[in-house]
Design a protein around this ligand. Structure first.
Ligand code: NAP
Ligand code: GDD
Length: 385
């Protein structure tokens, strides 16, 4: 018999990659999805099985991290060997708008899962992974950050996750649970939520080169993040639960990059050089050079005329909008994952350029589809944020 895993947040970026990874390892994977007025299972559609099939390996349950009874019932029904608690209101900026909901889901939600495992008498059977975050370091006391760097969260999200981190440690120490915190630095992918900065950038660049959008409006260009690929990072979650003893691990690439540089690299991947000028909210970026050969190779010959015309009419492609600034910012995150590399034998396979290329290639395909739909006379969504 293969192992049984339960993933909360299975419809999210990490949940989808982790479910796929565990299914390939022979697990039966149960996931918790929220009720929504629209289908919300796009990211796991390729794994989804018709509920009428017998002996399914991938099973979804309606649930919510704010509902203790529901969580307790699901855990009792599933009797999981491993729980991956990935569900969260995961957007830092939005957590300033809905702080109480964020605390309830991201903080107390973790307690609800730990307590359910304890009450159901599963402390010796069920191992738990808690999705902790580099946002705990916040106004970082040192660079790079390790498992020993003091925490200083800078958002309602970070503070809620601080509670979740410590309640996980407390249940481990108090009740002997195999519960581990993965302190994961930012990780991205082609299925990253569209309102996180990397995906916002790769989508916008794809739209700009295809003539579907004029400008990328962006917030703080100077913040620095240690960006990795989600595919690499979900492997670390699994490895933590295969250890004899539970523990807490930093998972990071060890390279930090400015938002500004991420934008520059994304345009560059398609043969476009941009230059930033101006300061603070007056800062803009303009196209200064087009490598036509590379542009045609990556984007397609049919879009060359359009981009040439665009550059001569108006080369400004990035503008700052202070509405995307946060009340308190995390300026720099850079992780030192030596412990994970040594104890878990984990290391990332993607570097930043490969990550960007994966994301922009995928968004180009998506936006070309949109372009075709529009040419066919149909409407597409705008999804302004
Ligand atoms: P994500 O794409 O935003 O996915 C979050 C998941 O949680 C979604 O499935 C969402 O459901 C679900 N969810 C939200 N509120 C819920 C609730 N009240 N009850 C049940 N489910 C709920 O996030 P992610 O990037 O995959 O991140 C996974 C976890 O790792 C999160 O806990 C995040 O805070 C943490 N983390 C992420 C990063 C990163 O860089 N990606 C780094 C460190 C830590 P819907 O699909 O219905 O919205
Ligand atoms: N989202 C967004 N949108 N961020 C922007 C923008 C913008 O238009 N312009 C600049 N930024 C800056 C933010 O101010 C922040 O400094 C940085 O880009 C990264 O923002 P996000 O991509 O939203 O991610 P995050 O670092 O705040 O949080 C993500 O990583 C955490 C791990 O460190 C999320 O995935 C969290 O759930 C995760 O815990």
């Amino acid at each position: 018999m293969g192992k049984i895993a339960l993933i909360s947040g299975v419809t999210g970026q990490d949940g989808a990659y982790l479910a796929e990874f565990l299914l390939k390892k022979g697990y039966t994977v149960h996931g918790i999805k929220r009720r929504s007025s629209l289908f919300n299972t796009d990211r796991v559609d390729h794994l989804y099985q018709d509920p009428h099939i017998e002996n399914r390996e991938f099973i979804l349950h309606y649930g919510d991290l704010t509902d203790s009874m529901n969580l307790t019932r699901i855990i009792n029904d599933v009797q999981p060997d491993e729980i991956y608690n990935l569900a969260a209101m995961s957007h830092v900026k939005v957590s300033f708008d809905i702080p109480e909901y964020t605390a309830n889901t991201d903080g107390l939600g973790t307690l609800r899962i730990l307590e359910a495992v304890r009450l159901l008498g599963l402390t010796q059977k069920t191992k738990i992974y808690q999705a902790s975050t580099s946002e705990l370091f916040g106004a970082a006391r040192e660079v790079p950050q390790t498992e020993n760097t003091p925490f200083y969260p800078r958002s309602p999200y970070g503070v809620a996750k601080l509670y979740a981190y410590w309640i996980t440690v407390n249940y481990r120490e108090a009740y002997g649970l195999h519960a581990s915190n993965g302190i994961l630095f930012n990780h991205e992918s082609p299925i990253r939520g569209e309102t996180f900065v990397t995906r916002k950038i790769t989508r916008a660049v794809a739209r700009i080169v295809l003539g579907l959008q004029d400008v990328l409006f962006i917030g703080n260009l100077s913040s620095k993040r240690d960006w990795g690929h989600a595919k690499d990072f979900v492997k670390a979650m699994y490895l933590m639960l295969q250890q004899e003893k539970p523990d807490d691990y930093v998972i990071a690439t060890g390279v930090t990059t400015e938002v500004r540089e991420f934008i520059r690299k994304t345009f560059k991947a398609l043969g476009i050089d941009i230059e930033f000028t101006g300061k603070n909210e007056e800062e803009i970026a303009v196209i200064v050079n087009l490598n036509e050969e590379l542009f045609i190779e990556k984007t397609g010959k049919e879009f060359l005329k359009k981009i040439r015309k665009r550059i001569s009419a108006n080369p400004v492609v990035v503008k700052v909008d202070i509405n995307y600034y946060r009340p308190t910012e995390v300026d720099i995150l850079l992780g030192d994952s030596s412990k994970a590399r040594k104890k878990l034998s984990w290391k990332p396979e993607y570097n930043l350029d490969e990550l960007i290329y994966d994301m922009i290639s995928s968004d180009l395909i998506l936006m070309k589809k949109e372009s075709h739909i529009r040419k066919g006379g149909y409407n597409t969504f705008n999804y302004f944020e």
